[in-house]
Design a protein around this ligand. Structure first.
Ligand SMILES: *Cc1c(COP(=O)(O)O)cnc(C)c1O
Length: 362
């Protein structure tokens, strides 16, 4: 089989989605499955829907277009503000987009009118993480202004925390969002039907709180795919962390000194060589590198450790393991490693499913 490759257990993706959907449903919170870290894979998306996700979000219009073409039976949301240069495609392929800029809304409106359709809009609010979002004091005015634009329908508000600055989505942030929803409803005279509180980093809050306020949706990627929450990278109760496994092939195994020799300067990627250690190290080289994966996000079997990585070589201390040339080693991935591996053209993707395929309506 081709190596390196990432092996995706779709039943575990469905299981994780179901576990989250079941924990959030009693609180009135729906799950939008976020597929960007899986390169918008239609198989992964199908597993998310099988697990009870009510919609799919992706940050790349290319992925949304592919899912649209695969006739995914769920609403598709572009979760990054549309590029001005891509508004017609966004209106054509996404049901909803998350927005922050009046100029983009005007262009989406023109594109929707042009295509004789309506595009749904969620306005994103800046609550302190300093990534995307409209300032709190500007939200109501922007909501009112965009309500006058033909071809657009304001369906809700959202926010995104813990992505750029690690700001924690807590009760006070979520209360701020709920309050804004009510102010917008008062001004535009219509109820908001989507209040999307955040990403996997919101789970600690959502699962613990007894007051979700107006929050009725979360956009979950990492928690579904890797079974972890991003604030402390803890495994979540009842979720599987092994839906994705990376396999790479060994191309050299030798015992080498634990310490390099000769004058040292920078290595290929600027890292200064580790101090090393006395004696010999049984080291394997894998045909895997920074073009395939983020080496800092890899976890190996007990007793093995990553020693270093360049574009195309990963050096591993294999300890007492009996490793031979041609053998494959398996790695678990963190979010950064997963994103890189899924987007690398050098990494094969193999999906497995035992449970029956969800029927797709014609
Ligand atoms: C990536 C992303 C998500 C999903 O984040 P996870 O941490 O993977 O759950 C949600 N919302 C937005 C806007 C995103 O960019």
């Amino acid at each position: 089989m081709t190596a390196p490759r990432i092996d995706i257990d779709l039943d575990l993706v469905a299981h994780n989605t179901r576990a989250l959907v079941d924990q959030l449903a009693p609180k009135g919170i729906r799950v939008t499955g976020v597929s960007k870290a899986a390169l918008g894979s239609a198989d992964v998306v199908e597993a998310m829907l099988r697990g009870g996700a009510t919609g799919i979000g992706d940050s790349r219009i290319e992925n949304v277009t592919r899912l649209r073409a695969a006739r995914v039976p769920a609403p598709l949301t572009l979760i990054r503000s549309p590029m001005l240069s891509q508004v017609s495609r966004v209106v054509r392929d996404a049901d909803t987009s998350l927005n922050t800029e009046a100029v983009v809304l005007a262009a989406l409106s023109a594109a929707a009118v042009d295509q004789g359709t309506t595009h749904d809009v969620v306005l994103m609010v800046e609550l302190g993480d300093l990534r995307e979002g409209v300032a709190v004091e500007d939200v109501v005015d922007l909501a009112q202004a965009m309500s006058a634009l033909p071809g657009l329908c304001l369906t809700g508000l959202g926010t995104n925390l813990a992505c750029r600055s690690g700001v924690v989505p807590d009760q006070s942030k979520m209360d701020d969002l709920s309050r804004l929803v009510e102010q917008v409803e008062d001004r535009v005279g219509r109820p908001m039907t989507i209040v999307t509180g955040g990403n996997s980093a919101n789970l600690d809050w959502a699962l613990a709180t007894d007051d979700v306020g107006r929050i009725d949706e979360l956009r979950l990627g990492e928690a579904i795919l890797l079974g972890t929450e991003p604030l402390h990278r803890r495994a979540l109760d009842g979720l599987r962390t092994d839906a994705f496994t990376l396999f790479a092939e060994v191309i050299e195994v030798k015992s080498k000194p634990g310490k390099s020799w000769g004058d040292t300067a920078q290595s290929a990627f600027g890292h200064v060589d580790q101090p090393g250690r006395p004696g010999l190290v049984r080291q394997a080289i894998l045909a895997l590198g920074r073009q395939d994966v983020d080496p800092d996000g890899l976890t190996l079997a007990l007793g093995m450790a990553v020693l270093g990585a360049s574009s195309d070589h990963l050096v591993v201390d294999v300890g007492d393991h009996d490793v031979t040339v041609g053998q494959e080693l398996a790695f678990q991935l963190d979010y950064s490693a997963l994103v890189r591996a899924m987007t690398s053209p050098f990494v094969g993707k193999v999906t497995h499913r035992v449970a029956p395929v969800l029927a797709t309506p014609a």
